[in-house]
Ligand binder design. Structure first.
Ligand code: UDP
Ligand code: MG
Length: 318
């Protein structure tokens, strides 16, 4: 099979039929063999009924339905496990991404041998409340990941099948899939300028401030995991030794200068009389402990089998 189109969706009943028919047209014109995998991320509208309807008229429709709204990353994760096409293309369900981009994305993966091609919404049709923070976000992601992409979080992306089988998307990590791919060893990452439309129906499912905080925390996690996930000692060992060493020198100095003062009959006072001594001691210990706790938690959760365990309600053709 040439292409798997993966579509995560949450309450997008108005767009699904139009989107699917458009994809069908593009595939037929280009003679691609394909499947379209819809993942209904716990929609509360009629999205699932629309998908069932589509599946009755086309054998290319596959679908999963979550029992509840887990999020876009879990939806992608489950679809990636199913995908059979040589090239896997993800696309938002809201008609903001154009299926007309599929042939060129396919060509870049198969002929130019990219592992991953990310859509770049160079001209974006979203409110400024979305585009401005996104700029900041992309700059940070570029800096930390070292991948020169303009647009990390575009829903429209194409992958070599091997890539999606070897990365694990969880939490809100869909924003950093290029980074996940790079960490997994897939280094040929490119981008393609893509058309973008304003949302036709419904409204954005990603609004509010929490997405930024979560986004940055996820980015930090990934950064730590990629640098120290397999060798935490290189981080904690260096930091710990350094702090121990500084403490040792300080103790020797404090002790020695007090001894000196005592033996020479000069005035002196207890080191523990200084409030700064306690403040710095406490904050250093707390800081290290908190950090360590976060990191250990992350390591444990990486090995937990429950992290990517989602309850699927119904399935079509999978
Ligand atoms: N989506 C999803 N689960 C969610 C939120 C969003 O599957 O919990 C889907 C949504 O239906 C759409 C895609 O993810 O197909 C991108 O969402 P949206 O268009 O709201 O994001 P935006 O374009 O505003 O960044
Ligand atoms: Mg959208």
């Amino acid at each position: 099979m040439d292409i798997s189109v993966v579509i995560p969706l949450y309450n997008e009943e108005e767009s699904l039929r139009e989107l699917f028919e458009w994809i069908e047209r593009v595939m037929t014109v280009n003679n691609f063999s394909y499947e379209v995998i819809f993942v209904d991320d716990g929609s509360t509208d009629n999205s699932w009924d629309v998908i069932v309807g589509l599946s009755q008229s086309s054998a290319n429709v596959k679908a999963l339905r979550f029992v509840k709204n887990y999020g876009k990353s879990p939806a992608l994760h489950c679809a990636f496990k199913q995908a059979k096409g040589n090239v896997v293309i993800t696309m938002d369900a809201d008609l903001q991404d154009s299926p007309d981009e599929i042939p060129e994305l396919y060509r870049m993966i198969t002929e130019e041998k990219y592992d991953l091609v990310s859509g770049w919404k160079k001209k974006r049709y979203d409110p400024i409340s979305k585009t401005l923070p996104t700029k900041l976000f992309n700059a940070t992601a570029r800096l930390i990941s070292g991948i020169k992409l303009h647009d990390f979080n575009s829903g429209l992306k194409a992958y070599r099948n091997k890539v999606v089988k070897n990365i694990e998307v969880y939490n809100d990590m869909h924003r950093y899939i290029p980074y996940l791919a790079k960490n997994a060893g897939f280094r040929k990452i490119g981008e393609k300028v893509v058309q973008h439309q304003a949302r036709k129906y419904g409204k954005s499912k990603f609004a509010g401030l929490s997405r930024f905080f979560n986004g940055y925390l996820d980015l930090l996690t990934l950064w730590f995991l990629s640098r120290f996930g397999k060798k935490p000692m290189h981080f904690f060992g260096v930091l710990g030794s350094f702090m121990f060493f500084v403490g040792l020198i300080a103790v020797i100095y404090v002790g020695a200068s007090k001894m000196y003062a005592m033996t020479n009959g000069l005035p002196y006072r207890l080191v523990t009389d200084s409030p700064y001594f306690y403040i710095s001691l406490t904050s250093m210990i707390l800081g290290t402990q908190l950090f360590l706790a976060g990191f250990i938690g992350e390591l444990i959760s990486r090995n937990s089998s429950e992290r990517n365990d989602y309850k699927i309600d119904e399935e079509i053709n999978t």
